[in-house]
Design a binder for this molecule. Sequence first.
Ligand code: HEM
Length: 416
Amino acid sequence: MHQNDTPPAPDLFTWEFAADPYPAYAWLREHSPVHRTTLPSGVEAWLVTRYADARQALADQRLSKNPVHHSEQAAHGKGKTGIPGERSANLMTHLLNIDPPDHTRLRRLVSKAFTPGRVAEFAPRVQELTDRLIDGFADKGEADLIHEFAFPLPIYAICDMLGVPPEDQDDFRDWAGMMIRHGGGPRGGVARSVKKMRGYLAELIHRKRNEPGEDLISGLIRASDHGEHLTENEAAAMAFILLFAGFETTVNLIGNGTYALLRNPDQRERLQNALAEGDESLLATGVEELLRYDGPVELATWRFATRALTLGGQRIAEGDPVLVVLAAADRDPERFADPDTLDLARRDNQHLGYGHGIHYCLGAPLARLEGRTALATLLRRLPDLRLAADPEDLRWRGGLIMRGLRTLPVEFTPEA
Ligand code: HEM
């Protein structure tokens, strides 16, 4: 029953919503915290928006990641709903689409190769890539930070880590560009890009088997040769998910993060002053806060109820899809003081931007390294960086899972 003073339910998934979904999320948290909705694809799903419910759902083993548990798929056969993974191309058998025990085995394998130590060793290379990209526009006085900076940095970084030779990395840049521009399911140009990437990765894995190096793909092959088995398909799917999960997310961390700093000049000045004094502690808490405040992953990836269950007082039927809205949970006033305020020094900040539970982001150490290096270097080298567009005119990508800007025009005093 709605009381008379309850404002009407907001429209979801419109352009206005994409530009600023937070008022709608506040309404959902308050009035319908586990909310049944029809997604733009026509699929019906539950949106979970309160922090406590979100955290519980992310760790709930009754919610499967495997699309075979989706009721519509069971009723209509594969691929009817457009949920990524349903078409079950080989590359889709990856960490974000599987449950234990397969998930446990594959995650253990990749964790042996993708260690925090390996990421730390990579720091000088990330700094070099960052500086090289800024060199490309620093003397011009203006740039589109998405296309010239946030977009190429993560793709080159992850290609380097995986062991994709430099001469092939621009192909990846093109394929990834196609995937990010057109998003969604594997159709048309996207399908062609995925196919090319799959062919390339299969060939690269084969090559690394014969000539291993110090890269992540060689590490994966080595890990699987010592006891646990990793098929070539699984290795290709793993390389693909590392690229895919580590790419658009980091583009948006840098894009949304820079934008939030430009829109909150007091916070930006504070960070700039700290960096000028050689104090990096505000950078560390600040990147976490930017993830909480306007994180790259708006909704966690799909989950499906393997049996009927109750979440936040709401009955969910077996086979129903559940989407955990990280962006809403991370602004929940029940969990965060002044949730709509950006506070780079925030300490009590156990945000859900990297998820929670067994699917917690494997790439978080790399994302943090890239985010910190990118933001600190931008602010150091281009200290008077400013927005060169009216915020009203900026366009956000309308995708379901990710939240990010299409362009971020800036201006600054050219470097001498
Ligand atoms: C999983 C966020 C960067 C690799 C996840 C999940 C989130 C997330 C929310 C869990 C999804 C769910 O439970 O449905 C982010 C954010 C990033 C980022 C915000 C950047 C700021 C990266 C990078 C990599 C990466 C750089 C690797 C190079 C992965 C992988 C998983 C994952 C492999 C699946 C883990 C599993 O299922 O066990 N990430 N991610 N991510 N992320 Fe990230």
